[in-house]
Write a protein that binds this ligand. Structure first.
Ligand SMILES: Cc1cc2nc3c(=O)[nH]c(=O)nc-3n(C[C@H](O)[C@H](O)[C@H](O)COP(=O)(O)OP(=O)(O)OC[C@H]3O[C@@H](n4cnc5c(N)ncnc54)[C@H](O)[C@@H]3O)c2cc1C
Length: 500
């Protein structure tokens, strides 16, 4: 039992001393932000809500505005009472923030169902995966020499450097620009990788043109719907995903977004933000968020605003009012990818297998050619995979997802499928249209106004949005409390080694 003396001592430390110091002016406790707005409830918006609460504490009220549906590009479509991923389908095993969310929310990895891949030239299959690992390696070597080994080493080196971000973020270091973040991971080389094409970078390390044309172009087309002219960094991200190291969430990837928003008890407002208006006050600026909800217009005031929505022209535009200097918005466009979820019988003859029973592939990637109407074709597993689940063989009706640049017309559908019961089409503004020498959008738009989604111009993926979310939460926190030694620190790798 504590003595009366020790209670008095504790009381003095807890209550009297801070008050005394406060009156003596020895240190005024800094005010925390009262209210924060997050615009967008995709993975970027839900992750930043969680990280902001981690930094600033549960007392800060966070409002999350969502114009459409929670999850954004993490979405499902329903066929025969089962849900299937129609947007982002797979996550890399090294995506540590996503792994962390799954654990935190008590979610589960979906059971993996093995399947084989092939690459289609528009006329015939140029590469076919078999059940035998060594035979696959031999075939790669036979066709392309050691190009695949060079590629593997290149991707591994980039991923190893990329993983440094988790250490920096665990030590609460933040970056004020995407360039600074990349520089801290892989020096100037990483920054240049956002400007140089993946084809040029791979040629530079001795990968053969044939391997680039047959294999790399098909993988990049399936991942980003674009060509090997896309920048090397985003190219490396898509090449890092091989069948054995990808996973998905039981019940649907979008469960992470709804789970994080529920856990943080964020106030989700189903409305479309149309404007952010600056109000200058004596201390810090205040931002008025104006939004549309059905037929009404509302507005509210915030200390911090995080935009976690790609500000492209085909989306929901946001006006910036009353700012002295114009707010710079990204000027690029997004690339359309159409996802058609087809329930039907595959036309295996089109791929050179007149007998469907002999067609062994669950996924076909297609290189760019005038004869090929699609980027990729994949037999889907439902988001809930039961213990006895098996992939339907092509002689049975199965659920396939076709990704393409435009909606498939009847003729194209009839080429790929003998017959079908249903087709569900989702048109996505999926990824930035990567051009060469695209500048990366700024993160700090104004004192308390941050843009999270600009990271997609460096590389667009679920984990990149989560990494950007953590960075923005740390940046907002460090800037609010003027912890400048935690922002844009050079040579962080070395600094952390000596600090530990
Ligand atoms: C078909 C497809 C396949 C993909 N496959 C993969 C994959 O396998 N692996 C992978 O890692 N990534 C994949 N991606 C990319 C991945 O889905 C995205 O990088 C990621 O989901 C982006 O998340 P986000 O939160 O940044 O943006 P979004 O998910 O787009 O979320 C932004 C949200 O903001 C809302 N919003 C926009 N403007 C406003 C406004 N003015 N007011 C209020 N709300 C607004 C939108 O409605 C949206 O919900 C794929 C994408 C697509 C389309």
């Amino acid at each position: 039992m504590a003595s009366e003396g020790s209670i008095h001592h504790t009381m003095f430390l807890l209550v009297v001393l801070p008050a005394l110091l406060f009156h003596l002016g020895a240190g005024q406790p800094p005010e925390s932000p009262g209210r924060i707005a997050v615009i967008g409830a995709g993975i970027g918006g839900s992750a930043v809500t969680h990280f902001l609460q981690q930094q600033f504490g549960a007392q800060v009220q966070i409002d999350v505005y969502e114009a459409d549906r929670v999850g954004g590009r993490l979405a499902t479509t329903t066929v025969n009472n089962q849900q299937y991923e129609s947007g982002s389908a797979s996550i890399h095993s090294l995506n540590l923030h996503m792994q962390g969310f799954v654990k935190l929310l008590g979610l589960k990895h979906r059971k993996e169902v093995a399947g084989k891949n092939a690459i289609f030239s528009g006329e015939h299959l140029v590469l076919e995966e078999t059940d035998w690992y060594l035979l696959n390696l031999f075939r790669l070597w036979w066709h392309y020499g050691i190009s695949f080994l060079r590629l593997q080493m290149w991707v591994e080196e980039i991923m190893e450097k990329f993983m440094r971000i988790y250490k920096y973020q665990a030590h609460e270091y933040a970056f004020s620009t995407t360039e600074e973040l990349l520089r801290s991971l892989g020096g100037e080389h990483f920054v240049n990788m956002t400007q140089k094409s993946v084809a040029e970078s791979l040629q530079g390390i001795g990968v053969s043109q044939r391997f680039i044309d047959d294999v790399i172009s098909a993988v990049i087309r399936a991942s980003y719907g674009q060509s090997v002219a896309i920048p090397a960094l985003v190219g490396a991200m898509s090449l890092a995903g091989t069948p054995g190291n990808m996973w998905a969430i039981e019940g649907g990837n979008k469960l992470v977004c709804s789970g994080l928003l529920k856990m943080t008890k964020a106030n989700v407002i189903h409305g479309k933000v149309i404007a952010i208006c600056l109000h200058n006050s004596e201390k810090r600026p205040v931002y008025e968020v104006q939004y549309e909800q059905e037929d009404s217009i509302g507005s509210d005031f915030y200390d911090l605003v995080i935009i976690a929505a790609p500000l492209h022209k085909a989306g929901y535009p946001i006006s910036f009012l009353n700012f002295q200097l114009p707010i710079q918005q990204p000027n690029g466009t997004y690339h359309r990818v159409v996802s058609s979820v087809v329930h039907g019988y595959l036309n295996s003859s089109f791929f050179g297998f007149p007998d469907p029973k002999l067609f062994p592939f669950s996924s076909i990637l297609s290189v760019e050619s005038p004869d090929s109407s699609f980027h990729s074709l994949e037999s889907l597993c439902p988001v809930n995979v039961s213990v006895g689940f098996r992939r339907k063989p092509p002689q049975e009706a199965a659920v396939w997802r076709v990704l393409s640049a435009h909606p498939l017309d009847r003729k194209e559908l009839k080429t790929l499928f003998k017959s079908y019961y249903s087709v569900q089409v989702v048109e996505w503004q999926a990824f930035p249209s990567y051009g060469s020498s695209q500048s990366l959008p700024q993160i700090i738009m104004h004192d308390g106004l941050y843009y999270l989604s600009g990271v997609e111009w460096a590389a667009s993926s679920v984990e990149m949005s989560a990494v950007a979310a953590k960075n923005v939460a740390l940046l907002a926190f460090n800037r609010w409390y003027e912890l400048n030694e935690k922002i844009d620190q050079p040579d962080l790798m070395h600094k952390l080694k000596t600090e530990l």
